[in-house]
Design a protein around this ligand. Structure first.
Ligand SMILES: *[C@@H]1O[C@H](CO)[C@@H](O)[C@H](O)[C@H]1NC(C)=O
Ligand SMILES: *[C@@H]1O[C@H](CO)[C@@H](O)[C@H](O)[C@H]1NC(C)=O
Length: 452
């Protein structure tokens, strides 16, 4: 059992960084083996979980309250119940990355890891983030996703965020204001902070992590719910990510014009936007038509590594259920996924801001910890067409007076700097993952890179 537990949690010490890792293992193992043991038992036998809980000394009233909470499916209650085990030593990891440190600590300190009691329903929330000028998209998203939505909105302090009335009260808005100066710096867009904040508000067992310009097809939620009904095991394993394939409607639209520098400086022509919105495929048949007419493509065709592992060819033939992904074609695979709202899910690393590496870092974290991936049949997300082409913007820049062009060059420099900063951060993040979880190539519980 001990061996199994270690395997599942990836506490291995093979490979080149053996020595460093050994130290981590020793420190960690003392504190967590017993709680991990409980988890493994809970996984094997979901009904035995309550035995693992230490008996607290408390008043009768408190005890009654606790019993009530024990039958609760409220995720906040569940989390409280599964709170820290008594006497468990916290696993102190200082990797330089909050998301890694917290996750390592969480793994070691939960009293038990049984996540969702068998009597609790499986359901899904759409989680997304945006700046105010894109909120018009909500109207369309709400038509397509008839369930709860949590939306983190990053806004300039002076902007009043207008709520989309057609959504009823299904949208939980989390407003994150910034000063005008900070807001104007698009590289400071706290994308991962927004994601973490939104996820923390999810009240269902699962959520789909999306972006506001990726729109679900109209059957996605129902398909997930039907699958949860027919094959609950697909979702009962909290360490499993369900991939929702992504496509892009790739046409020229005058819906928005944008200086490539920042979406928040875009202006929208709403009549155009609505016309374009009507063209977004809303089901599988429409998607196929859109592909045949070459207006839709896989997302994103300029970054095959990002989504190629989804294997779109197989997906087009996949009629139902989920299809396991045996290996990744690239270590840059970053699909959109449905995740269990489990406490031991690694959070997004908030040091990643603005453009670049902000999603891949979390996907790779999941993989290194031991998450498995499977692709959902038939349902998909479609990316709303981009603004004017980059060529067009360049052309327009040429037409601007030299003084402004200089400004544009300065902005490009800042962007280049930001990118190289994010790339470096990402490399450090990968090193930290390997130091804490071991080299994925040396572990058999981590999804491999194909042919590696
Ligand atoms: C009962 O619970 C409250 C908080 O809910 C706590 O402050 C109090 O100390 C508890 N009482 C006992 C006797 O455990
Ligand atoms: C899931 O949520 C929807 C509302 O979004 C609700 O109608 C449905 O009953 C829920 N399903 C379960 C199994 O709780």
């Amino acid at each position: 059992m001990r061996r199994r537990t270690r395997e599942r949690r990836g506490v291995h010490r093979r490979g080149s960084s053996e020595r460093t890792f050994y130290i981590v293992v020793v420190v960690v193992t003392c504190g967590i083996i017993s709680s991990l043991f409980h988890h493994a038992t809970a996984v094997a036998n979901p009904t035995s979980s309550s035995e693992a809980e230490p008996e607290p000394v408390e008043s009768k009233k408190n005890a009654t309250k606790r019993r009530g909470a024990r039958n609760s499916c409220d995720l906040f209650d569940l989390r409280r119940q599964q709170g820290r085990s008594r006497g468990a030593k916290l696993r102190k990891v200082v990797s330089g990355f909050e998301s890694i440190d917290r996750h390592a600590e969480e793994l070691g300190s939960l009293a038990q890891r049984q996540w969702l009691p068998a009597h609790c329903p499986i359901n899904f929330t759409l989680v997304t983030q945006a700046t105010p000028e894109r909120l018009w998209m909500l109207r369309w998203i709400c038509q397509r996703w008839e369930g709860p939505i949590v939306l983190a909105v990053y806004t300039d302090r002076s902007t009043v965020v207008e709520k989309e009335t057609s959504c009823g009260d299904r949208v939980d808005y989390r407003i994150v204001p910034a000063t005008k100066e900070v807001f104007a710096r698009h590289n400071a867009y706290p994308v991962n902070r927004l994601r973490n904040l939104a996820i923390s508000r999810v009240k269902t067992s699962h959520f789909l992590m999306s972006d506001v310009d990726l729109w679900p097809d109209v059957f996605l939620l129902r398909r997930l719910q039907a699958l949860a009904e027919a094959e609950p095991d697909v979702f009962r394993d909290p360490w499993r990510a369900i991939v929702v394939p992504a496509f892009a409607r790739d046409v020229k639209t005058e819906c928005s014009s944008s200086t490539a520098a920042s979406d928040s400086q875009s202006t929208y022509r709403m009549a155009e936007c609505h016309r374009e919105a009507e063209q977004m495929p809303s089901n599988f048949v429409e998607l196929k038509d859109c592909i045949i007419s070459k207006q839709c493509h896989i997302f994103d065709r300029f970054n095959m590594d990002g989504h190629g592992t989804t294997d779109y060819r197989s997906w087009l033939r996949q009629e139902n259920g989920v299809r396991d992904i045996p290996c990744f074609l690239s270590n840059r695979y970053e699909p959109y996924v449905v995740l269990a709202h489990t406490p031991d899910r690694p959070k997004f690393e908030e040091q990643f801001t603005g453009y670049g590496k902000n999603k891949i870092q979390n996907l790779v974290h999941l993989r290194y910890v031991g998450w498995k991936f499977a692709v959902l049949a038939r349902s998909f997300l479609t990316h709303f067409p981009h603004h004017k082409s980059a060529a067009r913007i360049q052309w327009e820049n040429k037409a601007t007076p030299p003084s402004q062009q200089q400004g544009a060059d300065a902005a490009t420099d800042v962007d280049a700097q930001h990118r190289s900063h994010m790339d470096k951060l990402y490399r450090n993040f990968l090193d930290a993952l390997i130091a804490v979880y071991g080299s994925p190539g040396a572990r058999d519980d981590v999804v491999r890179i194909c042919n590696a």
